[in-house]
Design a protein around this ligand. Structure first.
Ligand code: SF4
Length: 491
């Protein structure tokens, strides 16, 4: 559906006339009428205000998620699922801090550059959300990583005819001539050239945990065997790469100090935590500190625009590596065992992505951090060779106790509360496995049920708490809050 039609739909839902709505955003009723009848499009600079007044997200305005449809109709529309994508589409290696604003554009630039290596110079024009928020997210830095200073970067906030928020045009100049390509960053690191609706390949035909668990039970296999059966042995070579990059991010993240980019004044803490010791530190406290070190390290690398692996997103990239790295250090699991665990955790992430959402903009932070926690819990249960019931229960617990978690990053940067939240979720994943180890036979809620619940809850979360930077911490956060000191003294 077009932007104009969506404006009409959401305006009517709020029971406002065109005139009433126009007044709230400072335009005439004729202007609103023209948008809604698709004679013209609103100025792109006005879109955040329009979304705010209609209480929807920018994605909703663009019709990306159609998130305000009743949940039942969305499910009916999508059901039955035709399958699930490769784990390569879930675990993506690229630069943070945003899969749509840095990872996708960087990948687009690399492909374009590989086709035009001999060009004299380049130009990249960013539209829509990339133009509006690209500077804050570091889109320009991701582009410069590929082209160096040979590319001119244009943030075109005036262009009114784009149909997709994350659109970019790339130009390669050869003397007087040039070649141009339009590309789209589709979210989650996915990209497409020329069309916003690329064909997806779905190597997994089963799309619920129930179906997959029945299948693996009947074939006397584990979940990672099912991954091998669907994707072939090559997927494990890819997971090796994923694991090497996860470890590299932890290593680099624990070596660096200083302030993160973005101007929020957030200091890196992984190294500080690594060196800190409680007086009389117990084993449990030490373990929690180390798990947090690894989660902070990866999340800080992400926030600084370094290379990480989405698991399942950039904002939640610290949870899975922290749990697996800590366990490898402690129990000396082999890299092969870790890759099997990544495969099992990947199936959990894929099920959530297919049947609900892994997007903070769509369903709040429960969809990002909750999903990462579930993936980490399932991966750890796999490492411990727990049975299917226990794997399912660990993942279910992890989601259940993140239900309703909002997304309210301060200044839209993936720093506060995101980085700390990765550490908390990593510790929680380990607790979920401990519980599932003992209580799996007594559980009452299935993984498939909790995924549906999370999706429906996400749809009910007010749009100001879905990555819009309007409500929550984004609204109330005060840099260098003087009350912080007083509160600390009171405690
Ligand atoms: S608060 Fe939002 S941006 Fe931060 S990790 Fe959660 S979903 Fe991602």
């Amino acid at each position: 559906m077009s932007i104009g039609k969506n404006i009409a739909k959401f305006r009517k839902r709020k029971k406002m006339t065109q005139e009433e709505f126009g007044k709230t955003i400072g335009v005439t009723n004729q202007a609103v009428s023209k948008w809604e009848s698709e004679v013209s499009l609103p100025d792109v600079m006005l879109l955040p205000k329009i979304a705010d007044k209609l209480e929807v997200s920018l994605d909703d305005l663009y019709g990306i998620h159609d998130s305000h449809e009743p949940v039942s109709s969305v499910h009916e529309e999508q059901s039955p699922k035709s399958g699930m994508e490769s784990l390569r589409e879930l675990y993506r290696i690229g630069v943070g801090p945003s899969s749509s604003h840095t990872m996708g554009p960087e990948k687009i630039c690399r492909i374009f550059y590989s086709q035009h290596r001999t060009a004299d110079r380049y130009k990249v024009v960013l539209y829509g959300s990339l133009a509006l928020t690209g500077r804050g997210h570091g889109t320009d830095k991701a582009i410069q990583k590929v082209f160096g200073d040979k590319a001119e970067i244009v943030f075109d906030t005036q262009h009114q005819t784009i149909e997709f928020p994350n659109t970019m045009d790339l130009y390669a100049y050869y003397g007087e001539n040039h070649q141009m390509k339009r590309a789209y960053s589709l979210g989650g690191g996915a990209i497409s050239f020329d069309t916003v609706h690329p064909q997806k390949s779905t190597p997994y035909k089963l799309t619920s945990f129930y179906q997959i668990s029945e299948y693996v039970k009947n074939h006397n296999m584990r979940i990672f065997d099912y991954v091998r059966e669907c994707e072939g042995e090559e997927i494990f070579l890819y997971l090796q790469k994923v694991w090497q990059q996860m470890k590299a991010a932890i290593k680099e993240g624990t070596e660096r100090e200083g302030y993160l980019q973005g101007g929020l004044g957030v200091e890196r803490k992984a190294r500080f935590l690594l060196k800190s010791r409680h007086i009389g530190e117990t084993d449990v406290i030490r373990e929690n500190r180390l798990i947090s070190v690894y989660a902070f390290a990866t999340s800080e690398q992400n926030a600084d625009g370094e290379t990480i692996v989405t698991a399942p997103t950039c904002g939640s990239c610290g949870v899975v590596p922290a749990v697996l790295f800590f366990m490898q250090q402690k129990h000396h699991f082999t890299d092969k065992q870790i890759c099997n665990a990544l495969a099992t955790g990947g199936i959990i992430g894929n099920l959530i992505k297919t049947n609900a959402s892994i997007s903070g903009a769509e369903c709040g932070c429960q969809a990002e951090i909750g999903s990462a926690c579930a993936m980490a819990a399932a991966a750890l249960a796999e490492l411990y060779e727990l049975d299917l019931e226990q794997i399912e229960y660990a993942a279910e617990i992890a989601i259940e106790h993140h239900l309703g978690l909002t997304c309210d990053p301060v200044k839209g940067l993936v720093q506060i509360p995101c980085i700390e939240r990765n550490a908390v979720a990593a510790m929680r994943a380990i607790n979920a496995v401990s519980l599932s180890n003992f209580l799996a036979t007594t559980r009452n809620v299935s993984f498939d049920t909790i995924v549906n619940t999370m999706y429906e809850t996400g749809k009910d979360i007010h749009h100001g708490y879905r990555e819009t930077g309007i409500n929550g911490l984004a609204k109330f956060y005060v840099q260098n809050d003087p009350n912080r000191i007083d509160d600390a003294i009171k405690i």
